[in-house]
Design a protein around this ligand. Structure first.
Ligand SMILES: CN1CCN(Cc2ccc(Cn3ccc4ccc(-c5n[nH]c(N)c5C#N)cc43)cc2)CC1
Length: 239
């Protein structure tokens, strides 16, 4: 998997050389390339923004540098196998399902906007050439797309076969298909007693059926308390 990042702050992506992602890069599982969008400007100030047409606050990212960067980094021929991700506050929700879909893709280009956003023609052009995902991390405001691109990268790459040492742990996670959309149950490890707090006895019983039931009940309880949106009536009835 090749990952490209286009940003006026390419240094954000130095972190991708750390931890498991760094190991995956070493193992050749992922190849990471960060690019400075200003390398495709031609004025003394390396300008990437301008005032919004129609007025309004802030600045908008000019289309020209993006287009020239696309030409050089991706190419000038349409190729639907290339997935271009635009993090955006007005994007579709980024979910585990989207992460799963992207984990089987060979090439992903992250376009990290700043200011008030990117000239919409950049996204329209990208849609005419490649497979585009305009996605939002959630209902809060960031200052740009870089942090979102990092989060999306981690969610996607950890699903790439061969990346995680223990693929079974992926199957038991929240939001993964096998969990009926329930939140994960509480986790415990040794010591059994810590600052007057004990591990639930059932987990020390060795009775796998009881342990499985306790975990299921806890997942249902937590999901009903914290994420009623995940418990549709059908799921509630089943539990
Ligand atoms: C006229 N007004 C109408 C309201 N907008 C709102 C607005 C637009 C951009 C920005 C800053 N920004 C620039 C690029 C960029 C990418 C992603 C995100 C982002 N924020 N939150 C998420 N979950 C994100 C993700 N993923 C933010 C970004 C902030 C606020 C301004 C203009």
């Amino acid at each position: 998997m090749r990952l490209d990042y286009l940003s006026i702050f390419p240094g954000y992506f130095d972190v991708l050389g750390i931890s498991l992602l760094g190991k995956a890069a070493v193992n050749g599982l992922v190849d990471v390339y960060a690019h400075d969008l200003r390398d495709w400007t031609h004025d003394r100030h390396r300008t990437v923004d301008d005032t919004p047409c129609g007025g309004g606050a802030g600045m908008v990212m000019k289309p020209d540098p993006w287009g020239e960067a696309f030409d050089e980094i991706i190419g000038t021929e349409p190729d639907p196998s290339v997935h271009v991700v635009f993090p955006s506050p007005s994007g579709e929700p980024f979910t585990q399902s989207v992460a799963h879909d992207l984990s089987s893709v060979e090439r992903i280009v992250f376009c990290c906007g700043r200011y008030e956003g990117i000239d919409h023609r950049v996204i329209d052009y990208a849609r005419s050439m490649w497979t585009v995902h305009e996605v939002s991390l959630g209902d809060y405001v960031l200052n740009g797309g870089e942090v979102a691109a990092l989060a999306i990268t981690e969610a996607v790459v950890r699903l790439v076969p061969g990346f995680m040492g223990n693929p079974q742990s992926l199957a038991e996670e929240s939001f993964s298909a096998g969990q009926d959309g329930l939140l994960e149950y509480p986790l415990f490890t040794r010591p059994v007693s810590w600052r007057g707090l004990d591990v639930p006895e059932v987990l020390m019983s060795g009775h796998h059926g009881r342990i499985a039931k306790w975990r299921r009940d806890e997942s249902i309880r937590l999901t009903r308390e914290r994420r009623p949106d995940l418990t549709d009536s059908d799921v509630s009835a089943r539990h």
